[in-house]
Write a protein that binds this ligand. Structure first.
Ligand SMILES: Cc1cc2nc3c(=O)[nH]c(=O)nc-3n(C[C@H](O)[C@H](O)[C@H](O)COP(=O)(O)O)c2cc1C
Length: 329
């Protein structure tokens, strides 16, 4: 069996350094198990399964369908009251990898390590990366500009090279990777793996609206805009007519209330709730309120394939790309 070996594949004993990134409303049991079975590691946000009994059942099913490692994404900010239980349930089923985002991963790292699981943490800069390294994280996911979801502000080329030179733990590249060439660019910069979201929106296994998948295939990088309307922090979405109509910024009264000490703790969860409701509406049923989350790599996606086909294409393009690279003769 051929492998692309890196510190990340050795850490989890997997074939390829490819993470099927967690995607709110998109990642599901089929995608996670297919990506892991195809040699990468499939992951999903715990909150894709509500109530918590459905989450328990989803992991149980994944674990019955693949012996290979899978990962769970835990949002570690205060508004996620399920975090502790989500970690406990995942560990009960033997989940091998946690991806933390948006807050301090301390508790997740402690619990995971007690049970032999690994934790990698989303970061967008060196300061946060050093903090999670000091807390004992097993790696960082460096989320660059152009990524789907909450993209960072720094170019992937600079971010990956910078972090991998300054840290002693593996750096995983997230943002803009959707084919063999982008994957090769990140691995040659020193990334230990790539974490790919947007490419997997256009997969056969995703149970989202067909119009959402078609929009990913049709869109160009110039169609991606950053909006604060979804969660209060900038997130990448496709600039649909509906997004154009509602604008990219929160209404002034929510902005004022969000920044006031007294109202902040009520308004921030409200913005999250309203934003995730509108994403859910657009992703899972026909709607004219099309708020579709995706990153700039939409420009590299031309077809809807199965997860296995996407994985095979990434690996074969990656190889071809390295062979084509100009060398000193
Ligand atoms: C539709 C969508 C939903 C996402 N949801 C989450 C999420 O729930 N948690 C998270 O940590 N990251 C989330 N992300 C970010 C991805 O995990 C990953 O970092 C990103 O997609 C990588 O960039 P790419 O889209 O350019 O491949 C999401 C991304 C997309 C496109």
């Amino acid at each position: 069996m051929k492998t692309i070996e890196t510190p990340f594949t050795r850490m989890l004993n997997i074939q390829y350094p490819i993470i099927g990134a967690p995607m709110f409303l998109v990642s599901n049991v089929d995608m996670v198990t297919e990506i892991s079975e195809a040699g990468g590691i499939g992951t999903f946000p715990a909150l894709n399964y509500r109530p918590i009994e459905n989450y328990d059942a989803a992991i149980k099913e994944m674990k019955s369908r693949t012996q290979k490692p899978i990962g769970v994404n835990i949002i570690v900010n205060k508004s996620n009251t399920r975090a502790q239980d989500d970690v406990r349930i995942a560990l009960k089923h033997g989940v091998e990898l946690f991806i933390t985002s948006l807050g301090s991963p301390k508790e997740v790292i402690i619990e995971a390590h007690k049970n032999g699981a690994k934790v990698i943490c989303d970061v967008v800069n060196l300061e946060h990366a050093k903090k999670v390294q000091d807390l004992g994280a097993d790696g960082v996911i460096a989320v660059s500009t152009g990524a789907g979801g909450h993209a960072g502000p720094i170019s992937p080329i600079v971010l990956i090279d910078w972090l991998q030179k300054k840290l002693s733990i593996p750096v995983i590249a997230a943002g803009g990777v959707a084919d063999g060439a982008t994957m090769a660019s990140m691995l040659t910069l020193g990334a230990a793996a790539v974490s790919i979201g947007t490419r997997f929106i256009a997969c056969k296994e995703a149970t989202i609206e067909q119009a959402y998948k078609d929009a990913v295939v049709r869109s160009t990088p110039e169609d991606i805009v950053m909006t604060t309307r979804v969660s209060g922090t900038p997130a990448s979405v496709i600039n649909t007519d509906y997004v154009k109509k509602i604008g990219l910024d929160l209404p002034w009264y929510l902005k004022v209330l969000k920044d006031k000490k007294l109202t902040k703790k009520y308004v921030v969860p409200l913005i999250h709730y309203l934003g995730s409701k509108s994403l859910e509406q657009a992703a899972t049923a026909p709607s004219w309120k099309t708020v579709w989350s995706a990153g700039q790599s939409v420009g590299l996606i031309e077809d809807i394939l199965s997860c296995r086909e996407i994985m095979e294409k990434l690996v074969s393009e990656y190889e071809a790309c390295l062979e084509k690279a100009p060398r000193l003769k």
